[in-house]
Design a binder for this molecule. Sequence first.
Ligand SMILES: [Zn+2]
Ligand SMILES: [Zn+2]
Length: 257
Amino acid sequence: MKLLGDYHTHTVYSHGTGRVMDNALVAKEKGLEEIGISDHGFSHPLYGIKKSCLDFLRLECKEAQEKTGVRVLVGIESNFVNKSGRCDLSEDLYDKFDIFLAGAHVFVGYKDMSTWWNVGVASPLVTAFGGKRGERARSFITNMYITAISSQPIDVLTHLDYRVFSNVKEVADCCRQFGTYVEINTKKTHMTDEQWREVYSTGVNFVIGSDAHSPNRVADIAPALELMERVGISPDRVHNLNGKPSFRFAKYKGTSL
Ligand SMILES: [Zn+2]
Ligand SMILES: [Zn+2]
């Protein structure tokens, strides 16, 4: 099985250690046809990419593509910032990007108190221990994901259920309906096999993402292959293996990738 594109890689524009060119060179070495540079969204106070850097980022992606021959896609790993799951990639900036990844993160500049409480505090600290407060947070986050995915052309939902807990089956079913991929993240392998079976049972499709924060991890797919084998995930449902994904963001914008 061959990985054709790794769409989730970080660089010094957020808190990765390599530059765009470093990631692209590893992608070339490992035989990828394309790579996504998807640094953290703007509302992360410590390491969100700055809007003022976008033109440099695009230039670096273009140069890396020309030098390596690997297609370098300008992406972002956007944050959900309010209870409706509004992303910090707003529509006026869609033109600056080729691919749109989004993931729930803690320690983000949320726009309302209920999101601050449920996503930033209750879910990471309380849900794991059960109880009503934790369950309320889980249902808040499930709704947040569903409104986010149904209202914005998100290509890939990154590291589902990592510190921010939801009903993964309901979220995956929403991803299936709208054509958003659920990521099999090879850095954050927190979900249980049982959860993966529930996600798989919805019929949703997947992409593998390395979430590389250093160039040497670009295209690391070993943990995903082990998971697929264990859980029985068919390679046909993993769209960056042996083929290219069909991304909804490009379709939404009326462009082709
Ligand atoms: Zn992330
Ligand atoms: Zn990431």
